[in-house]
Design a binder for this molecule. Structure first.
Ligand SMILES: CC(C)(COP(=O)(O)OP(=O)(O)OC[C@H]1O[C@@H](n2cnc3c(N)ncnc32)[C@H](O)[C@@H]1OP(=O)(O)O)[C@@H](O)C(=O)NCCC(=O)NCCS
Length: 183
């Protein structure tokens, strides 16, 4: 297993492993989890998920890596809780898009979402020297929007009727955090 790369109060974070593929394949297709994600609209199997894994398993980079993925779990257990990542990292503009899912719905609403958000903002600003991190969240994903605001993201706008969820169009909120504003 990869070593723990980051820690927060209650959680550990490490690089994805081949052993995570069964968890990711199941969690990302669990209806309450995939409802608010961009992926999971089409069925996929572990072979498909393995292709994602091969793509993100880049050799260690000294600089200019454009995507960072991490698996996280609760301290005291090796079980995976979810996955988080910074995507399309621009070293020119010093920004990235952040994403998160917690794959065990029974653990939602316990503050883990905001804990991951704070940890990834700290990593983005203090380790990767980014200036800005932004995210997109479906407007009816109140749990997510509240967690992100609590972690320091601010509302920046909305794409109206931008995604189709459970038979209707839903707005997408745009949120961002700037290093200078962030504590
Ligand atoms: C969205 C997600 C990451 C949030 O993580 P979380 O650990 O559940 O979030 P937190 O516990 O930190 O915060 C949840 C907030 O929503 C509130 N909440 C809980 N249940 C709620 C509900 N049914 N409706 C609205 N708000 C709710 C909580 O009270 C808390 O707000 P508060 O601190 O103001 O009381 C997680 O629920 C998840 O992974 N969902 C499925 C996938 C997903 O939506 N990913 C995000 C895509 S942008």
């Amino acid at each position: 297993m990869s070593p723990v790369f980051l820690e927060s109060e209650r959680l550990w974070y490490r690089a994805p492993e081949r052993a995570d593929l069964p968890f990711l394949t199941a969690a990302l297709q669990n209806p309450p989890v995939r409802r608010n994600l961009l992926i999971g609209r089409y069925p996929f199997n572990e072979d498909g998920e393995a292709k994602w894994f091969e793509r993100v398993s880049a050799a260690p980079a000294g600089d200019n890596q454009t995507d960072v993925f991490m698996i996280f779990g609760i301290k005291g257990s090796d079980a995976q809780l979810g996955s988080t990542g910074l995507h399309r990292i621009s070293m020119l503009h010093r920004n990235a898009e952040w994403g998160l899912f917690i794959g065990r719905p029974q653990e939602w609403g316990k503050g883990y979402g905001r804990e991951v958000a704070r940890t990834m903002l700290r990593y983005a600003f203090h380790t990767l020297n980014l200036h800005r991190v932004h995210l997109r969240v479906n407007a009816d994903n109140e749990r997510g929007a509240k967690a992100y605001r609590a972690a320091g993201f601010v509302d920046e706008g909305r794409h109206r009727q931008a995604v189709f969820v459970d038979g209707k169009y839903v707005d997408v909120l745009l949120m961002g955090a700037l290093r200078d504003e962030w504590r």
